[in-house]
Ligand binder design. Structure first.
Ligand code: SF4
Ligand code: SF4
Length: 133
């Protein structure tokens, strides 16, 4: 999700409180924070659903604006050399090698954006895309 902080809350230790008091792990993917100005964080919140829900209530109490984002995988398919390295890590079957053509096939509807293919591809043809929900 994207958290947007007002100038009044930007200096509060909100991510620290989420971790310590709500038992929610915070993975910061992007940060745009400047002392005394409005700021934003792109984060993943990882934890039990009940803890995450309490953390969201806490954020709302601090007037932090919360926007869910959807993570998807971008694939530069035209540059693929069909080596198959990504298909061997894709447990969802979104990346498969066609047994007759020996070419990679991508089924985006099966992808859960686990990111394993990003590390597996020697040509770095995969990337993450974050869009608003
Ligand atoms: S992100 Fe995960 S599920 Fe999606 S294509 Fe890559 S390895 Fe498969
Ligand atoms: S690892 Fe990269 S180059 Fe190899 S098949 Fe997958 S996308 Fe194509």
């Amino acid at each position: 999700m994207v958290l947007r902080f007002s100038a009044d809350t930007v200096n509060e230790p909100i991510t620290y409180i989420l971790i310590k008091e709500y038992d929610v792990l915070i993975n910061i993917l992007n940060a745009d924070i400047t002392h005394g100005k409005e700021g934003s964080l792109l984060i993943e919140m990882i934890g039990r659903k009940s803890d995450v829900n309490k953390a969201v209530v806490y954020l709302e109490s601090k007037q932090v604006e919360i926007s869910p984002v959807v993570k998807t995988i971008l694939f530069k398919e035209s540059l693929c050399i069909h080596c198959g390295a990504c298909s061997s890590v894709c447990f969802r079957g979104a990346l498969t090698m066609d047994s007759s053509s020996r070419k990679l096939e991508f089924s985006p509807e099966k992808c859960v954006a686990c990111e394993l293919c990003i590390k597996a591809c020697p040509l770095q043809l995969f990337d993450l895309n974050f869009g608003a929900n």
